[in-house]
Ligand binder design. Structure first.
Ligand code: AVI
Length: 343
C-alpha cells in the first residue's frame, strides 16, 4: 500500500460519492452578480471602438463549437500543446510530486487526462478541481472522467476564474498545481494578465505550482489560417456570441446582419476577432435597457488572442513571484508550456 492509499480509495466508491459540484454563478448564488451582470456588455458596446468580453462566447453551444475548433486542421494550438503534454507529463508529475490539480477553463478536460495518467502511473492520488463557466460541459466531462478513473475525486466549480481562485479550500494533498493551459492567457490584455498572475500568486502557497500553456509568435499566414478556417467553424463560434446575447439579455441581434473578421495585428502580436455590421442598424438589448447603433461596416472586437515571446513571458512571471522552473516547446517552437513555482 503506498503512503497515499487509504481504505476509501482501495475500495472504489461510486461516481456520486467522488463528485462534488458547486455552481458559483447560478443567478441565486451571488446577490451581487445580479447588479453587475451585463455591465461589461454595456461598457463595451457604448465605447468606440466597440468591444465585447470573450466570456460571452461560452454558452453551451459556444463551448461545443470551441471543441470543434480544437479539431480543425488549421487550428494547430490544441494538437501541438497535446503533443508537448504527452511527451513531458511524467516529467511534470515528477517535478510537482503528488498534488491537487486545479484547471481553469477546463472545458471537456481532454488534455487533463494526459496529466491524470502521469500522476496515476507514479502512484499519486488524483484530486481534480475543474473550473468552467459552462455548467453543462463541466458536469458531463466530470462524470466521464470519474467513470474512467475509479479513484479520482472531483470538485467541479461552475465559476469564473476570479471566484474559483478565491474559493479554493486548503488542499488535502502535499501540493497544488493550478493549470491554465490552451493559451487562454492570450485572451487577456497585458494588464488583465498581470492581475490574473497576482490572483494565481495569492491562491497558491509558497512552493506550489502554476502550469501555463501559451501560443507563441509565428508567421502571420499560419496564424490567420487558424482563425479563418475553411469550414467556417470559427465564424460560427464568433457569431454565436450574438445569439448568446439575444438569449441572455433579451436582444434582437440578427446574425444575418453581421460577419466574422479575424486578422493578425503584427504590432501588438495578437489575433483580433471582430464581428462586422453589414449595414447601419440599431439593436435593442431589452433587459439591459440599451439601444446599440451600428454604422455600416462598424465592428465589435470580440477577442484578442495574444501570441507570446517565451523570454518576455518568463520575465513577467518571475516579476509576479511565479518562478518558471521548466519550459517545454515543440520542434517548431509554436507552443510553450511553462511550469512555475511560487517563491
Ligand atoms: C480559448 N482561446 C485560447 C482560443 C484562442 O485561440 O484564442 C479561442 C478561440 N478563438 C477563436 N478560435 C479559438
Amino acid at each position: 500500500m503506498s503512503i497515499f492509499e487509504t481504505a476509501s480509495n482501495i475500495y472504489p466508491r461510486s461516481i456520486e460519492q467522488r463528485l462534488q459540484i458547486e455552481n458559483l454563478i447560478a443567478p441565486a448564488a451571488i446577490a451581487t452578480s445580479r447588479l453587475t451582470e451585463g455591465k461589461d456588455a454595456i461598457a463595451g458596446l457604448t465605447q468606440t471602438p466597440k468591444t465585447l468580453p470573450p466570456r460571452y462566447f461560452y454558452d453551451d453551444r459556444g463551448s461545443q463549437l470551441f471543441e470543434q475548433i480544437c479539431e480543425l486542421p488549421e487550428y494547430y494550438l490544441t494538437r501541438t500543446e497535446t503533443a508537448i503534454l504527452q511527451k513531458y507529463a511524467t516529467e511534470i508529475a515528477r517535478l510537482t510530486g503528488a498534488c491537487e490539480l486545479v484547471e481553469l477553463g477546463s472545458g471537456s478536460s481532454t488534455k487533463t487526462r494526459i496529466l491524470l495518467d502521469a500522476y496515476h502511473k507514479l502512484g499519486y492520488p488524483l484530486h481534480y478541481i475543474p473550473v468552467d463557466v459552462s455548467a453543462g460541459i463541466l458536469e458531463s466531462s466530470a462524470r466521464q472522467l470519474l467513470a474512467d478513473y475509479t479513484t479520482l475525486k472531483v470538485r467541479a466549480l461552475a465559476s469564473t476564474y476570479e471566484l474559483a481562485l478565491e474559493r479554493l479550500a486548503p488542499t488535502l494533498l502535499p501540493s497544488r498545481t493550478i493549470c491554465f493551459i490552451g493559451s487562454t492567457l492570450g485572451n487577456l490584455t497585458p494588464s488583465e494578465s498581470d492581475e490574473f498572475f497576482a490572483r494565481i500568486f495569492a491562491a497558491l502557497e509558497v512552493g506550489e505550482y502554476f502550469l501555463l500553456g501559451v501560443d507563441l509568435q509565428k508567421p502571420k499566414s499560419v496564424l490567420e489560417a487558424a482563425y479563418n478556417d475553411r469550414q467556417g467553424v470559427t465564424a460560427a463560434f464568433n457569431l454565436n456570441m450574438l445569439q448568446h446575447l439575444n438569449w441572455r439579455y433579451d436582444s434582437n441581434f440578427d446574425l444575418q446582419n453581421f460577419e466574422h473578421w479575424a486578422f493578425y495585428n503584427e504590432t501588438e502580436h495578437q489575433i483580433e476577432m471582430h464581428l462586422r455590421s453589414l449595414r447601419s442598424q440599431t439593436v435593442q438589448m431589452r433587459s439591459l435597457n440599451l439601444a446599440v447603433e451600428f454604422a455600416d461596416r462598424e465592428t465589435i472586437r470580440t477577442e484578442i488572442s495574444r501570441k507570446f515571446n517565451l523570454k518576455t513571458l518568463q520575465q513577467q512571471l518571475q516579476i509576479q513571484g511565479l518562478i518558471p522552473i521548466q519550459t517545454w516547446t515543440d520542434t517548431k517552437n509554436w507552443f510553450g508550456l511553462l511550469l512555475c513555482q511560487k517563491k
